[in-house]
Design a protein around this ligand. Structure first.
Ligand SMILES: [Zn+2]
Length: 241
């Protein structure tokens, strides 16, 4: 398999994992990857021939240029309306090689109520803690990011963060590779689920700053990539069930 077909397969696999975990509903949401060395991206298509995220295969992944125009892909498969979320992050952040945009219900509830996602856990999931402490930004508008101007505005609101909460809409995550951006979306959903359940149970309390400092420090360094690889294998294995 060529590098390009491997990358398209990986984007499709990410779609299936996020769909399997119910991080989006019906056919909404898309995952993309930067085509190495080109001003093009592979992205999960929308249109009359589209598949829901959970059922995506490499055929659903089309090639799109940095203007959001489809340059390669089957008939009936088109650029998502919100392709500008992706193109603007690739244009403005050279280190970003994957973008995920989905509509996870629990995270959306927090954006609707304007409640912060608090750092409520440490050792339970250090990478989720790090996301809560320093990885999040917010896009306050609730519209579809469907043109260049809105794409630029969205990318500015997201800044250099790994995830952006989109009010009454969903989330966007960005990473150096497909696995990282996908795991960030999964961890963000877990963070919201825990915050939600904690609010139902009582009055959640953030963990002490001293513990945050220790745990956030621990997730840096050489073990992060290995940790991500094993987590990613775990989620991919769920697709076999
Ligand atoms: Zn959307």
């Amino acid at each position: 398999m060529s590098d390009h077909s491997q990358l398209r397969e990986l984007v499709a696999q990410s779609c299936r994992v996020l769909g399997k975990l119910n991080l989006t509903k019906e056919p909404s949401g898309h995952v993309s990857a930067r085509v190495p060395g080109q001003d093009r991206i592979f992205i999960k298509a929308r249109g009359p021939g589209e598949s829901g995220l959970r059922f995506v295969t490499a055929r659903d992944i089309i090639t799109v240029d940095f203007a959001g125009k489809k340059v390669q892909g089957e008939d009936g498969l088109e650029s998502p309306q919100e392709v500008f979320i992706h193109t603007w992050l690739y244009r403005t952040r050279p280190a970003v090689h994957c973008v995920v945009h989905v509509h996870p219900l629990t995270v959306v509830l927090f954006t609707i109520c304007n409640k912060p996602l608090q750092p409520l856990f440490g050792a339970y999931d250090p990478s989720g803690l790090r996301l809560a402490v320093s990885g999040l930004s917010t896009y306050r508008r609730s519209i579809t990011v469907s043109n260049e101007k809105l794409g630029e505005e969205f990318a500015a609101a997201m800044g250099d963060k790994s995830a952006c909460l989109m009010r009454g809409h969903g989330i966007t995550t960005a990473g150096e590779n497909v696995e990282e951006a996908s795991l960030t979306a999964i961890k963000l959903n877990d963070l919201a689920e825990i915050n939600y359940r904690a609010h139902l149970l009582g009055t959640p309390e953030a963990i002490p700053q001293e513990d945050i400092d220790i745990m956030v420090g621990k997730t840096r360094g050489g073990t992060k990539a290995v940790y991500s690889a094993s987590s990613w294998r775990y989620y991919c294995k769920l697709l076999d069930e």
